[in-house]
Design a protein around this ligand. Structure first.
Ligand code: F6R
Length: 613
């Protein structure tokens, strides 16, 4: 979704802003813009903005665009179409104020009407322009006061950065529900909505809480609440390798990130497995054995792929700990007035930690007195900070829109949690040790799946021709099929639908013919025979089959004319097998999208983190 960058310091701002915007491209956007405050006392605001890609903006920025203070933005259209006028920054009538904004101003229509009535000419269809005018019209005698006054009239969510020609030494930023990170350099300060735009310059950062403002000058930052009382936000040093934000020799971040999985899975498990007692160490949960035992139900909340892996996780928890557990789309949760129970453990799962639907679900639970732990990748993100405790995913930065390595580590996080919940209940030490040893084998086995890339690429090339596909699985395999279909559709733009294999004959079988392939998840487990029987039903209707399975599984005598491809993945413990099958399906989707010539890291209409409802 929209991205923000800002700079104040000793260097020319424009090149830094444009570079930063380039690094936010993965968030998804349809227009971009920058504003700088020119040098000298009579500081003048210069703005360049354009619909299209950041490179189009680069071509449009004039050579003389000097200024050591500036802000930039990539916009994802919400209010009004993607065109030059609606691109950010937005300026007030006098041309003194420039604003970039992520989020949505809910009462924009009323505020626009009020401004129009007062004679203000609005030049765009956006909610953000309202903020520029409100700040421009404010009579407060400081920029912080003007911004706070304007925000006092606004309902909604924002991550905001503001320049004002009368205050040429500063950027004022504010946050309410949209991510914003302050980057601290040497006599220079940065701000961005995503670490990706900062890490080339600094890994020393400070976070704002919702309802807070900050002033950035070359020499530092100060933070306030909306009533301008000061609040202390200390800086932290992040351990991040800036190279993680380069695709290196890979054609895409998705490819790079898939191949990093053995290593990132290893990192996730490091120091968390207890071979002796067959359990896990999860200090970040902040829960002792007694509290863990008191949990009577587990509810997992996430969106998209995080929701599907949450469904795998709920299955693991129910199976290992015998606690009723289910997963729900966080985007639906708070709208059905959910019953929040004190003995339920709520688990919020999110790579970015900024997905607004998941964040709002967490806030709703906490408002009702529920306990929430987070499975989050981005350290210090909004969801991580909002939760009572959690398990960080240690996947490293994930840039590709399609989540791969973070998703795998989410699964591992659930396995660790299920193991611990199980071991304070009835999971035997022998079973605990069996799973610990299974987890230890997983990183290497993920590598074995990835080594099948050439064969999967060939198969994917053939699958890419299909307009429509089914992905099917049962029980542990069903969320694998859901995630497989999700990945396939989001980057190949093919219609991929997931079903429980058992449901095929209750309807979808009507669609099967030789043009509709079925990708079937068939692990070697207690349901193999039933799964194989369903494959025969598909083959009898000339449906091409791709079977993700284990080497020992026999598919029986399928009709001789049937088109059947197998992907054999290594076996682990039956509870942990789903993730190895998921990795195989990632490669399948990736290569189908590649064969179709799509831009893998920038799937159409999608953004890396969805920060508006
Ligand atoms: C799919 C994908 C999305 C995200 C979803 C949640 O590959 O990446 O479906 O999983 O938008 O995002 P996070 O995990 O950041 O909350």
């Amino acid at each position: 979704m929209c991205g923000i960058v800002g700079y104040v310091g000793g260097q020319q701002a424009a090149p830094l802003l444009l570079e930063g915007l380039g690094r936010l491209e993965h968030r998804g956007y349809d227009s971009a813009g920058v504003a700088v405050l020119g040098p000298g006392k009579e500081s003048r605001l210069r703005v360049a903005k354009k619909a299209g890609r950041v490179r189009d903006l680069v071509d449009q920025v004039p050579k003389r665009f000097a200024g050591k203070v500036g802000i930039g933005h990539t916009r994802w259209a919400t209010h009004g179409p993607a065109n030059d006028a609606n691109a950010h920054p937005h300026v007030d009538t006098k041309g003194d104020v420039a604003v970039v904004h992520n989020g949505i101003i809910d009462n924009a229509a009323a505020l626009r009407a009020g401004l129009a009535e007062a004679g203000v000419e609005l030049l765009s269809d956006t909610d953000t322009e309202v903020l520029a005018h409100l700040i421009g019209l404010s009579e407060a005698d400081t920029l912080e006061g003007k911004v706070a006054e304007a925000l006092g009239r606004v309902e909604g969510t924002y991550g905001l950065a503001v320049l004002h020609a009368a205050y040429p030494d500063r950027i004022v930023v504010a946050r309410n529900g949209s991510p914003l990170i302050i980057g601290i350099g040497d006599h220079e300060m940065f701000v961005a909505s995503d670490l990706a735009a900062l890490v080339r310059y600094t890994t020393r950062v400070a976070h704002l809480d919702d309802g807070e403002l900050a002033t950035l000058t070359a020499d530092g930052f100060s933070t306030y609440r909306l009533d301008l009382t000061s609040v202390t936000r200390s800086a932290i040093d992040l351990e991040i390798d800036a190279d993680a934000y380069d695709a290196g020799e890979h054609d895409s971040f998705m490819h790079k990130e898939m191949l990093e999985q053995p290593e990132s899975a290893e990192r996730m498990l490091r120091g968390r497995l207890d071979e002796r007692f067959g359990t896990s160490h999860l200090g970040g949960l902040h829960m002792d054995a007694r509290e863990l035992r008191a949990i009577r139900r587990v509810k997992v909340l996430g969106c998209g792929s995080a929701y599907y892996v949450g469904q795998m996780g709920a299955g693991l928890i129910e199976e290992l700990a015998r606690i009723p557990a289910d997963a729900e789309a966080a985007s639906e949760f708070r709208y059905r007035n959910p019953i929040v129970e004190p003995d339920t453990l709520y688990v919020a799962v999110s790579q970015s930690g900024e997905t607004i639907d998941t964040l709002l679900a967490v806030q709703e639970i906490r408002r009702k007195g529920g306990k929430v732990v987070g499975l989050v990748n981005v350290v210090g993100s909004a969801i991580a900070r909002e939760c009572d405790g959690g398990i960080y995913l240690h996947a490293g930065p994930e840039v590709a829109v399609a989540s791969t390595k973070a998703l795998t580590n989410m699964f591992l996080g659930f396995a660790l949690l299920a193991l611990q919940l199980g071991r304070v209940r009835d999971l035997s030490i022998a079973d605990g040790r069996r799973l610990v040893s299974g987890l230890q084998r997983l990183p290497e086995q993920i590598g074995e799946v990835l080594a099948q890339e050439p064969a999967l690429a060939e198969l994917a090339g053939r699958l890419a021709g299909a307009e429509s596909l089914f992905f099917v699985g049962r029980v542990r395999g069903y969320p694998v099929a859901r995630e497989g279909a999700q990945k396939f559709k989001e980057i190949s733009y093919r219609h991929a639908e997931a079903y429980q294999t058992s449901e095929l004959k209750h309807g979808p079988l009507a669609l099967i013919d030789d043009s509709v392939p079925t990708v079937a998840v068939v692990p070697e487990d207690e349901l193999t025979e039933r799964n194989v029987a369903a494959l025969h039903e598909v083959a009898a209707r000339r449906g091409p089959l791709v079977v993700v399975t284990h080497p020992a599984v026999e598919l029986g005598d399928l009709p001789s004319q049937a088109s059947v491809d197998r992907i054999d993945v290594p076996r682990n413990e039956r509870e942990l097998d789903p993730i190895l099958m998921t990795v195989a399906l990632q490669l399948l989707s990736y290569h189908a999208a590649l064969a179709l010539g799509h831009d893998i890291d920038k799937p159409r209409n999608l953004a890396k983190s969805v920060t508006v409802e």
